[in-house]
Design a protein around this ligand. Structure first.
Ligand code: FES
Ligand SMILES: [Fe+2]
Length: 349
């Protein structure tokens, strides 16, 4: 539904010279690194008799099929058929598709759409300079949702469920049944949106309670969302900040793998404590994901209804979702080339 975009499809450190399978939007691909360490993405089905190339192995720059040993170059052209006599020409059709790929911010981005679209007309990869050389150690997490990726994306930028549904994991306000969200502004760019709002937690749980010893009235949480499949959040208490990128890998219409990279800007001088904190953050993150999963998979319709927002009843605190759906409405659809930029505008209206 969102074509001609760079999709974040994998964490960089998870792809090496052993082929890695990828199922994206109902199609199968294989990722590997060639002899220079460049990431290559090919269609996964061998042109010969359809075996999975992900079961094969890498030889230099090439990927060898495990069944009859056909070998594919990085551009997808077959260059060796072991069963053919030496000198036999390789059929032109002995090839698989090779897809544009980039590596940035510790993530692998694959271009999904019209391969003829010139590179300068492709929407850019969203900028996350703080993840360029992330402070180590970062933590990573992975969760499989039985839901469409528009729903997991929305869940990640849904501001009002956090204190209500996750109060056990995050902490509670003094009046647990009152989780009002003040009006907040959403900034909408060409392909993304951003919002920031105060955190009104009066009884923090977990790591932040330990780090801060007390609640911070200036604490705030920032959200970002970037088409087609990335969300970002930052929790800031004074000068302490934890930032996360989440990639929502759309496996098919009812499955989304969400992978996240989390960095922090404190406790880097105290590795033991930092390690403990990361463990705790991961634990809380997993609990939150599980709580989300139980509810998100029950949402109907399965795909966030962006064509007609009246299918749901969005209110003021849903400003991020309203903005997201407007972007979806602008860009989603079969084979739609990116339209003109839209100007920055208030999201609600
Ligand atoms: S199926 Fe791949 S070489 Fe035959
Ligand atoms: Fe949640």
């Amino acid at each position: 539904m969102l074509e001609n975009f760079w999709y974040a499809v994998e964490l960089s450190h998870e792809v090496g010279t052993k082929p890695t399978p990828l199922r994206l939007l109902g199609k199968d691909y294989v990722l590997y690194r060639d002899s220079q360490g460049r990431v290559i993405v090919l269609d996964n089905q061998c042109a010969h008799r359809g075996a999975s190339l992900a079961l094969g192995w890498v030889e230099g720059n090439c990927l060898r099929c495990p069944y009859h040993g056909w070998s594919y170059e990085t551009d997808g052209q077959c260059s060796h058929i072991p069963a053919d006599a030496v000198g036999t020409p390789i059929p032109k059709r002995a090839r698989v598709l090779s897809h544009p790929v980039q590596e940035k911010y510790g993530l692998i981005w694959m271009f999904v759409g019209n391969p003829a679209l010139p590179a300068d007309r492709r929407p850019p990869i969203p900028a996350f300079p703080q993840f360029e050389a992330p402070v180590r150690p970062a933590t990573y997490s992975r969760h499989v949702f039985d839901a469409h990726f528009t729903r997991t994306m929305e869940n990640a930028i849904d501001t009002s469920h956090a204190l209500f549904m996750h109060k056990g994991a995050i902490g509670a306000s003094n009046a647990p049944q009152r989780t009002e969200i003040d009006d907040y502004e959403v900034t909408v760019g060409e392909y993304e949106l951003a919002a920031s709002l105060p955190i009104k937690v009066n009884r923090l749980n977990g790591v932040m309670r330990f780090v801060l010893q007390q609640d911070d009235p200036k604490a705030h949480k920032s959200y970002r969302f970037a088409l087609p499949n990335v969300t970002y959040s930052a929790v800031q208490f004074g000068r302490y900040k934890i930032e996360s990128i989440m990639v929502h890998i759309p496996v098919d219409d009812s499955t989304t793998v969400v992978k996240s990279v989390n960095i922090r800007n404190f406790l880097n001088q105290v590795p033991g404590l930092g390690h403990w904190l990361d463990g705790n953050t991961a634990q809380v993150g997993n609990k939150i994901m599980q709580e989300d999963d139980v509810v998100v998979k029950t949402q109907e319709p399965q795909i966030a209804p962006y064509q007609d927002m009246r299918q749901e009843l969005l209110v003021a605190s849903d400003a991020t979702l309203i903005a997201y759906r407007k972007l979806l409405k602008q860009y989603a659809g079969p084979s739609v080339l990116p339209k003109q930029a839209i100007s920055v505008e208030p999201a609600i209206g």
